[in-house]
Every structure is written in C-alpha cells, then in structure tokens.
Design a protein around this ligand. Structure first.
Ligand code: COA
Ligand code: AMP
Length: 632
C-alpha cells in the first residue's frame, strides 16, 4: 500500500488503523475500541485500555533482553562530559526515584513540576512520574520565576523536581533561587521539592521542604509501574497563547504512545537500536516527544545534548556528536543550522568528522527557509525533511513518511498530512478553498490519538481557542495553502504568537509585562524578521502623559522587565517610544501592518483604519531605529 492509500485508510477506518498500530505497545488491558466519541467534541482514544508509559519506554526493553543496550547518551560540551545509561540502569534509577516520590505521598493523578536542564535526570524525573501515574509538567529553564509561578498555580503540583543549576555558555543559571522566588510568588505551595545537586553549583536547601535527590531515595522501595487508563494524562505542557496565561496542553497516555511509536519507523526511518538525536530541550514538546518518549518507547538510544550549535565550543559540535555517537536520524530547528551556517559558511568544520552514519535530517519548530535547507542538504549530503507540528498535536501533523514511502521533497513545504490528520485550508467562512489558495489551516475532528483532548482544567478555553471559529474543525492558528499534490505550505500565524529561534512566544504576554511599567500607558509588541532567529519581538511604547524621560532609559527598563518576568528566552531587546498606535475604528491595534512595515514587505492600507497618518509615524520611528533590515 502506498502512503496516499495508507493515509486514506487512516481517515476511512480509524478504528482498524489505530487498533493495529496499538499492537506495537504493551497494554496491561488491551483496548476494545480506539476512538471514544461519547463526549464529542472532546474525543478520547483507547480509553478502556490500561497501560503504563514508563513500562513501554523502559522496563519492556529490559524484559525483552535488551537491558544492556544504551538508552540515553548524555553529551554535554558545556561540562565536557559524555555519559551513557543502559535500559537496565535507567529502569533501576527511575524505579528508585518513583519509589521516593510515592513514599512522600505522590500518586496517580497528582501533578509534579520538573524544572531542569538537559541532563538525563530530567528524563528520569518524567519517567518516574509516568511510572506511578503522576502527571508531570516540565517548565523550560529559560523562563523567569514568575512564569514558573503561573504554572505552579495552574497545575497545583504536589512536588517540584529541580536541579541546582543549568549551564548556558558563559554563565551558570541559578535554578534554585528562581525556584524559591517562584514558590514565594505562587499562591499554591508544593508539599516538597527534590533538588538534584550538580557539581557546578550546590544549592542551599530549604529545611523541611527541600530534599536532596539521592538522600530522598535512600532506603525506599523501588516503585512498580502502575497501570493507568488509556486517556489518563501523561503530562501537561504549557504553551503560549494570545494572553499572558499559558495554555496547559494535556497529553493522554495511550494514544501518545501509539502515535509516537508509529512515527519512529514511518517518519524518522529508524529501527530499534539505531541512534536518534533531537537537539532541542526537554522543556518543549519536541523534547517530550523525541528526546524522551518516542525514541525510548521504540528502543532507540536518545541523545540528551547539553550545548548549543555554536560556541560549545564551536560550529563543529553538531558534526562531532553525529559522528561520535553514530547518529542515524537527526532532528533540530532551522535556526540552529542558520547559526552554524553564519559562523562556518563553507562548513569547514565538517572535516575530520565522519558523518556517513547519518541518513536524514529533520527540521521543525519554525518555517524552514529554502537557503538553510539547501545549505544543509549540500553540506551533509542527506535529504532534509521539513515537518510541521505543534505542542497541541504532540507529533507531526505534516511530514514526509521517509521510513514508509519516501515522497518527493518540495523545498518550502513540510510535505503531506500524516495518518489521522484530515488537514484542510479554509476561508473566513469555514469553507475549504481550492489548491494554491491561502487560508486558515484547520483539521477536521476528531484529531488522531496522542493529540490534546482539552486544556488542563480549562475546557471552555479549549473550545473557544480551537473549536469555535470553524465548527467541526480544530483551528491550528497557522495560515497557508495546499498544492495540487496535497503538499502543505505554512506561511504565518493567524494569532499573536511569534516564533523566536524555534521557541513559541506570546506577544500578548510581553505586552502585559510592558503595560505594567509605570511610565507606559499603552504598548504593542510585534514579531520582526531576523536572519538568525527567524523572528524577534519589537515593542512600541506610548508613554503616559507628562512623562518626559529619555527614550533609551525607558527602553532599557522595559527590556529588563521582560527578561525578569518572562525570561531570557523571550529575547526582547528592541523597543521604541511612539506617540500613538495605529488602530482600527473599533480599537484593534494593527500589529500585522506594523510588522509588514518593519520587514519592508508589501502592505495594504487597512480599510478599517482610524487614522492612516499614524502608520507614517510608525514607519518613521522604525526607520529611525534601523528597520527594515535586510533579511536573507
Ligand atoms: N535555561 C536558561 N536560560 C536559557 C535556556 C535555558 N535552558 N535556554 C536559553 N536560555 C537563554 C540564553 O542563555 C539566552 O540568554 P542571554 O539573553 O543571556 O544570552 C536567551 O535565553 C536566548 O536563548 P537562545 O534562544 O538559545 O539564543 P542564543 O542567542 O543563546 O542562541 C541559537 C541562538 C540559534 C544558537 C539558539 O537559539 C539555538 O540553538 N536554537 C535551537 C532551537 C531549538 O532548539 N528550538 C527548540 C524547538 S525545536
Ligand atoms: P510549538 O507549539 O512551540 O511547537 O510551535 C508550533 C508552531 O510553530 C506552529 O503552529 C507553527 O506556527 C510553527 N511551526 C512548527 N513547525 C513548523 C514548520 N515546519 N514550518 C513552519 N512553521 C512551523
């Protein structure tokens, strides 16, 4: 059966397709049905099955006699160490940590926040939660204390697992003070914290609340895997929406395991035992799916890389890791390749690294610009596969199924819809548009297994954010078109989300922070094109009447405020003071028009604009601070 036929089957016979795919997973009780539409449009998959994610990711490989195989490779140029952990070691470490959590009262359905850098213990923490049915929520280390506090209040964790520090090139990120501040700010307090003390920094523990990672495990009984229902949440992962309140994407266990396992061979082309490397962070969905669960469930050694594409120590690091660990499939964000290309345009640092083991390079997280794709393809001599997905989907919505049938690659497109995804491009009225026509990208309900059934304790928000605009569809928030062959082209977001170095950020959240500055009366944040990071945030600040301070001073304070409240990951560095903001007659700020002016793109005067002269002022302000910039 060719891929087109397979995809058609997945839509025509979802029960048959997914129950068959489910056979690759170990169930404690095999599900009698795949889809449960009782609560539609909130759909559940495999809800009458019983399963455990940790068993599937770890124990079953030991039980099958592959305990001595490497499960995790920690490659850390920032600490100059490389360490390997086998499946047997992983099982013992995870069972012990899970035992400690259970002994302290953490059980099925309890939430646990994980705030850790790229070390194997981060994966072990996730797996330990999964082992006892606790729901983990990993928070990316580049977020500030108040973002962590927001997540603590929303998830209401019983425990928080953290490391003493993270290591960024040139600085140690002091996690523990950030954690202390977050707990202080949050209304909800965890019962206890477990701190992994790194050699680079030993944190001071708060007596009565904090426990040392190893000490807390001393003398406890290792925990067994607890069977959970197929739709039991494995984790909550917060992602940016239009406001400062992040969305808690819920990930159901059974469907996720089934879908991820399917992708490992059919998209990533891997057989068990072959090394998979995803250079991302466990704080993002890419890290959950393809650093932790996907490869481990499928039996592929996974690399936990603690470094950057450049500067740790140089632009040859990626090539060294690929060659040293015999990586078969490699996945990262285009921005990482742009960083390497900028530093070493001829890829001279490839010399001396035998990367012949590599079969395919996968890119996602942001638009893959043709220049970068062509450069990577030419230098590495392997196919470069762009694929498109989001935190909400948990696994690729569109990709090239390289391990099933290698479809022709069209540069600029993440290829075609994956099984179970009925992707359509709609006009404003919700009607499908002809091929080649731009529109909103939506997916006909139900979404396939593994995707979000709802938002954590916010079903109404889930319906409003994703289901309301196009009844019967899930709205992706991306706009684009499909060609005659069913290839998708992702062009832009339809909301106020921007993408900075493959990181999804909310301009609304940044505006909320800027508006809290005592001198700022009104503000707007847009994403401007950036050669390296794809997009960067830019702020327009209208100062309160009577405020007469130098622009540079206010901008500096605003930059510091965003860094302090959202975190360094926001990369908010540029802003300008303006007298007024362009708006429609109904008062909506014309952010898209401002972004077009900043990028030097063609734009049309919005028919509903209140005062067109304001756009001239915005253009003049942008010109004063150097926009539009030349973007390659
Ligand atoms: N903990 C603490 N701080 C972090 C962090 C973490 N886990 N990750 C990033 N930061 C900080 C950085 O130190 C930097 O701080 P600074 O302003 O003090 O320099 C800031 O957040 C921005 O980080 P980053 O986006 O990594 O930018 P960079 O300029 O340091 O590096 C690239 C640029 C292109 C090398 C980098 O963005 C990169 O490797 N991107 C890969 C993209 C990726 O993995 N995306 C995930 C989705 S697939
Ligand atoms: P996140 O939820 O952080 O994974 O971000 C998801 C968003 O990133 C998508 O909705 C897109 O806007 C963007 N994105 C992800 N992958 C791609 C891709 N291959 N091409 C274009 N945009 C992408």
């Amino acid at each position: 059966m060719g891929y087109a036929e397979l995809h058609a089957r997945s839509l025509a016979d979802p029960e048959g397709f997914w129950l068959e795919a489910a056979e690759a997973i170990d169930w404690v009780r095999y599900p009698t049905a795949a889809l449960n539409a009782e609560k539609a449009p909130i759909y559940q998959w495999f809800s009458d099955g019983l399963v455990n994610a940790c068993w599937n990711a770890v124990d079953r490989h030991v039980a099958a006699g592959r305990g001595a195989q490497v499960a995790i490779i920690h490659d850390s140029p920032v600490t100059h160490t490389v360490r390997e952990i086998t499946y047997t070691e992983l099982r013992d470490r995870v069972a012990s940590l899970a035992g400690a959590l259970a002994a302290k009262g953490v059980g099925k359905g309890d939430r646990v926040i994980i705030y850790m850098p790229m070390i194997p213990e981060a994966l072990e923490a996730m797996l330990a939660c999964a082992r006892i049915g606790a729901i983990h929520s990993v928070v990316f280390g580049g977020f500030a204390a108040s973002e962590l506090a927001t997540r603590i209040d929303d998830a209401q964790p019983k425990a928080i697992l953290a490391a003493s520090c993270g290591i960024e090139p040139g600085r140690v990120v002091h996690y523990k003070p950030l954690l202390d501040r977050a707990i202080e700010m949050a209304a909800h307090k965890p019962d206890f914290c477990v701190i992994f003390q790194r050699e680079q920094e030993v944190a001071e523990l708060t007596p009565g609340r904090d426990h040392d990672w190893h000490a807390v495990q001393y003398g406890v009984k290792p925990a067994d895997c607890i069977p959970v229902e197929g739709d039991h949440p494995l984790y909550i992962l917060y992602t940016s929406g239009t406001t400062g309140q992040p969305k808690g994407v819920v990930r159901p266990t059974g469907g996720y395991l089934v879908a991820l396992n399917w992708t490992m061979k059919n998209i990533y082309g891997l057989d068990p035992g072959e090394v998979f490397w995803t250079a991302s962070d466990v704080g993002w969905v890419v890290g959950h799916s393809y650093i932790c669960y996907g490869p481990l469930v499928h039996g592929n050694p996974t690399i936990v890389f603690e470094g950057k594409p450049v500067g740790t120590p140089d632009a040859g690091t990626f090539w060294r890791v690929i060659a040293q660990h015999r990586v078969r499939s490699f996945f990262t964000a285009p921005t990482a390749f742009r960083a390497i290309k900028r530093e070493d345009p001829e890829a001279k640092m490839l010399a001396g690294h035998d990367t012949s083991c590599l079969r395919t390079l996968y890119l996602a997280g942001e638009r893959a610009d043709p220049d970068t794709v062509e450069w990577a393809q030419a230098k590495l001599g392997v196919p470069v596969v762009d694929h498109w997905w989001q935190t909400e989907s948990g696994w690729p919505i569109a990709a090239n199924p390289m391990g099933y049938e290698r479809l022709p690659i069209k540069i600029g497109s993440p290829s075609v819809a994956m099984p179970g995804y009925d992707v359509q491009v709609l006009d404003e009225g919700g009607h499908p548009v002809p091929p080649g026509t731009l529109g909103a990208i939506a997916i006909k309900l139900p979404l396939p297994p593994g995707t979000l059934p709802t938002l954590w304790h916010a079903e109404e928000r889930f319906r409003k954010s994703y289901l309301q605009h196009f009844p019967g569809y899930y709205e992706t928030g991306d706009a684009g078109y499909m060609d005659e062959d069913g290839y998708l082209y992702i062009m832009a977001r339809t909301d106020d989300v921007i993408n900075v170095a493959g990181h999804r950020l909310s301009t609304g959240a940044m505006e909320e922070v800027l508006a809290s500055h005592p001198d700022v009366g009104e503000c707007a944040v847009i994403g401007v094109a950036d050669e390296l990071k794809g997009q960067l945030p830019f702020g327009f600040l209208c100062l309160n009447k009577g405020v007469d301070r130098p622009e540079a001073e206010v901008v500096k304070e605003c930059v510091a405020l965003v860094r302090d409240r959202i975190g360094p990951v926001a990369a908010f560095r540029h802003a300008a003071v303006v007298d007024r903001l362009p708006k429609t007659r109904s008062g909506k700020i014309l952010r898209a028009t401002m972004a077009a002016i900043a990028d030097g793109r063609d734009w049309k005067m919005p028919a509903t604009i209140d005062d067109p002269a304001i756009l001239d002022e915005i253009g003049a302000t942008l010109a004063r601070v150097g926009y539009p910039r030349t973007v390659g």
